[in-house]
Design a protein around this ligand. Structure first.
Ligand SMILES: Cc1cc2nc3c(=O)[nH]c(=O)nc-3n(C[C@H](O)[C@H](O)[C@H](O)COP(=O)(O)OP(=O)(O)OC[C@H]3O[C@@H](n4cnc5c(N)ncnc54)[C@H](O)[C@@H]3O)c2cc1C
Length: 392
């Protein structure tokens, strides 16, 4: 039976993946917060290179030194559109999670006020002005919990959620065949019989690239189906027959209309971060850049001695509505992802699409984007989501 300990931590981090470690790092960089008593609990040791994070931003980010490759030029392909575009403002960047975990954990080592525990969290509850984190071994008390476990995930079903699932292969060729300056963001010239399906191709040197077979559908596929798609794309589209697979990654990211709570409890002592807090963009699955923005806001509020609960701005709510609308169109199959992204890339300057998908576009750009996609399905889903009639 778990027993309560007398010590109260200032903050407990329930989960130390992308969002937990990003917040911890940013917090410890602040003079006024770096002496806080912190406990970090995760059931896993963060020592694996278990995912690759790609994202785009204009400025240098807090983890700039970890960016292992970046692209200024990207490509988009579909049966209707073939585009290569050089970005003026944004850079598409890649960070290996293994480098990220090592970097943050190495930095944290210098702080005696931060302790780590490898335990399974089974419950998090509020108790008056405190929160209680219960693991399989005991309970821990804190002023605030920053939770990134899935304990409070909303109910996700095939009606309200699409899965973004993918298998990526890092391949190494004998001969130099890639242009590491140019990445392929989406190649839709593939069979769409499962639903929205595309390839990423991100070359990091003339002989090395990450090729990722990605789908937005209700169910994941059998392992051999991803492998077969990758094999035939590499052979037939990239024209490469001799290569070595040096690393693989498989992932499933929820793209959901279900409402993720940003915080819980009467006294708002449980703060959800990362995917658990709704910082995975529902329409694209991208998370990295939204997590960085959110944890930056949390730290700014804590520095001012305010509650870490971040209230979304009018613009953020508006982008959430755009996301829900786009996802609703995909979920109801009014249009396919291939049709939507082809319309966008045909009619809108690609970098403005990236600004829109980063929640950084302006009203005029959003007007152009709205006018570039078929009006009826978007109007229907948009009104449905505005009136809260969609599945949650
Ligand atoms: C393979 C892969 C590739 C991805 N690529 C990209 C990308 O290119 N760009 C992008 O923006 N996003 C990407 N994502 C999506 C997203 O960025 C990641 O999933 C990201 O790790 C989410 O951060 P998080 O902190 O919410 O969760 P996580 O990083 O998964 O951290 C949650 C932590 O909680 C721990 N935990 C969970 N339950 C418990 C429990 N009960 N007790 C104790 N500990 C627990 C886990 O061990 C984990 O360490 C990818 C996801 C995957 C899986």
């Amino acid at each position: 039976m778990p027993t309560s300990m007398s010590k109260t931590y200032d903050y407990i981090f329930a989960g130390s993946g992308l969002s937990g470690l990003s917040l911890l790092y940013r917090l410890l960089k602040e003079e006024s917060l770096q002496h806080k008593d912190i406990l970090v609990i995760d059931s896993a040791s963060k020592n694996q290179n278990d995912r690759t994070w790609c994202f785009w931003e204009k400025e240098e980010g807090p983890f700039e030194s970890l960016v292992c490759h970046e692209w200024k030029t990207l490509q988009f392909f579909s049966p209707q559109v073939s585009k290569e575009f050089e970005m003026q403002e944004y850079r598409y960047k890649m960070i290996q999670s293994g480098d990220f975990y090592a970097h943050v954990l190495d930095f944290v080592q210098g702080f005696k006020n931060v302790s780590f525990l490898k335990e399974e969290i089974i419950e998090i509850v509020e108790e008056g002005e405190k929160a209680l984190v219960k693991t399989d071994k005991r309970s821990y008390t804190t002023d605030y919990v920053f939770n990134s476990t899935s304990l409070f995930h909303p109910k996700m079903t095939e009606e309200n959620t699409l899965l973004q699932h993918f298998l990526g292969w890092y391949i190494k060729t004998k001969e130099p065949v890639f242009n590491p300056q140019v990445g392929t963001l989406m190649d839709f010239t593939l069979s769409q019989h499962h639903g929205t399906t595309f390839m990423y191709v991100l070359p990091t040197s003339p002989c090395v690239a990450l090729v990722e077979y990605t789908l937005f559908t209700e169910r994941i596929l059998k392992e051999e189906e991803y492998e077969e798609a990758l094999r035939s794309y590499i052979q037939e589209k990239l024209g490469i027959s001799e290569y070595e697979i040096t690393h693989t990654e498989f992932g499933v990211i929820p793209m959901s209309l279900a409402k993720f709570s940003s915080h819980l409890g009467k006294n708002k002592r449980i703060i959800n971060i990362g995917t658990a807090g709704g910082y995975t963009k529902p329409s694209t699955g991208y998370t990295f850049q939204f997590v960085q923005k959110h944890v930056g806001q949390v730290v700014a509020q804590l520095k001012k001695d305010q509650s870490p609960v971040v209230i979304p701005s009018f613009r953020e709510n508006m982008f959430e509505w755009y996301d829900r609308t786009l996802l609703d169109v995909l979920l109801t199959k009014s249009l396919s992802g291939q049709q939507i992204f082809s319309s966008l890339f045909k009619k809108v300057e690609p970098e403005r699409i990236l600004a829109f998908l980063a929640n950084e576009s302006n009203f005029w750009e959003e007007f152009t984007i709205r006018n570039s996609v078929p009006i009826l399905p978007f109007a229907f889903s948009g009104i449905k989501q505005l009136l809260g009639l969609g599945k949650k």
